[in-house]
Design a protein around this ligand. Structure first.
Ligand code: PMP
Length: 429
């Protein structure tokens, strides 16, 4: 990128009025260095930056753009809804339709409440779990991100069974002293935790397919153990499917693994690029929510009619016959093609995918935990990222993020990506 790039000009300007120049930290390229691209428009598998450069986009707005950017049916639904009014602060039939659709597609959800962000969904699910059980302690796993609610902004002390320290300044120790952080995919540690304090644990919250420490799949044994321990000790099992819900397949990770959580948080895909998220689960639990129950939660824009129109249209499109088969095949093709290109060049690299989500790792083997993921070669990733960016391929700007494929990433797009990767790996070797 030349120094007279409009991206540079915009970034300099943005930093004057916005902290770090961005409205969500990972957009700032802090991890990979360089200037973030300012996006002017997007269509199908592509977006264009301020300099008019086109990129094949493997972020898809960090998950929502599963049918491709600016899908004509989604755009039309949004336009039609907007023409009828932007927000009423009173209920609409659209919200009922959306709730009915979510309950039909995710059978563990008998009742659901719509919110506007994944953070709200997990934060509210947590409050509900605590309210319903009358317990304070929660269990989360290292490397899982559940939004930025105080109790969940905790990282573990390198694999030790430990109560967390806040990851962010501004989170009082008192808020996180109830958050127990364990290793992902470590059944023995989970069993130990329940053996020593099971009857004081309100809930376990987990990304059943983790996408915030690159892509790391839970083992079936790990999720089964979690389900059994929660049932035995009267704790609430919360699946945070904000990212993997409707991304790894219809019905989410819980359908893939055949495990029934008590509560589920959803987001991203269910809004189709607009702010819709949700939490829901067993009706008997959800009946604890205000206005009928004692657990308070609310939102001025919750169930917003324009956002719900985008979400409902997206939910309709992903139910077209063969949608997930094709998405899964295209994503697997990308992962295999990248791995083969690296292998041909002699670069240590591997890749993995599930549904429309993928991970790329500069390590010998696909990691199974946060610690294993952190052992990968981050410097190499950064070089790879920038070289691919120059080639017009936009991967997530951090080694710790999963990637996303849309239904518009056809064979030509995937092949173009792999050809670019072949050139880049040859330079990296
Ligand atoms: N949970 C998971 C698993 C997520 O991936 C995210 C966002 N990346 C969130 C919660 C928070 O969602 P939001 O950014 O919409 O608040």
């Amino acid at each position: 990128m030349t120094t007279d790039s409009l991206n540079n000009t915009l970034f300099a300007r943005a930093q004057k009025t916005t902290p770090g120049g961005v409205n969500s930290p990972v957009r700032a390229f802090k991890s990979v260095g360089g200037t973030p691209r300012f996006i002017t428009r997007a269509e199908g598998p592509y977006f264009w930056d301020a300099d008019g450069k086109r990129y094949i986009d493997y972020i898809g707005s960090w998950g929502p753009a599963i049918v491709g950017h600016a899908h004509p049916e989604v755009v039309k639904a949004v336009q039609d809804a907007a023409a009828r009014g932007l927000s009423f602060g009173a209920p609409t039939e659209g919200e009922i339709l959306m709730a009915e659709e979510i309950c039909r597609l995710v059978p563990s959800i008998e009742q659901v409440r719509l919110v506007s962000s994944g953070t709200e969904a997990t934060m509210s699910a947590l409050r509900l779990a605590r309210g319903a059980t009358g317990r304070d302690k929660i269990v989360k796993f290292e490397g899982c991100y559940h939004g930025h609610a105080d109790s969940l902004l905790v990282k573990a002390g390198s694999g030790l069974l430990t109560f967390g320290n806040p990851t962010s300044a501004g989170v009082p120790e008192d808020f996180v002293k109830h958050t127990l952080v364990l290793d992902y995919n470590n059944v023995a540690q989970l069993e130990d935790a329940f053996a020593s304090m099971g009857d004081t644990i309100a809930c376990v919250i987990v990304e059943p397919v983790a996408g915030n420490m690159n892509l790391i799949k839970a083992t079936p044994e790990f999720l089964r153990a979690m389900r059994a321990l929660c049932t035995k000790h009267g704790a609430v099992l919360i699946f945070d499917e904000v990212m993997c819900g409707f991304r790894v397949g219809l019905g989410g990770a819980q359908a893939l693994y055949d495990i029934v959580p008590d509560l589920t948080a959803l987001g991203k895909v269910i809004g189709g690029g607009m702010p819709v998220a949700a939490f829901g689960g067993r009706a008997e639990l959800m009946q604890n929510m205000a206005p009928i129950g004692a657990v308070y939660q609310a939102g001025t824009l919750s169930g917003n009619p324009v956002a719900v129109a985008a979400g409902m249209t997206t939910l309709k499109l992903i139910q077209q016959p063969g949608f997930y088969e094709k998405l899964t095949a295209q994503t697997a093709k990308l992962a295999a093609g990248l791995a083969q290109a690296a292998n041909e060049a002699g670069v240590t690299f591997c890749a993995d995918s599930v549904g429309g989500m993928f991970g790329i790792y500069f390590s010998e083997e696909v990691p199974g935990s946060y610690a294993e993921m952190m052992a990968g070669d981050k410097t190499r990733f950064n070089t790879f990222f920038h070289a691919m960016l120059d080639e017009g391929v936009y991967f997530a700007p951090a080694a710790f993020e999963a990637g996303f494929v849309s239904a518009q990433h056809d064979d030509a797009v995937i092949e173009e990506t792999i050809a670019a990767a072949r050139r880049v790996f040859a330079k990296l070797a």
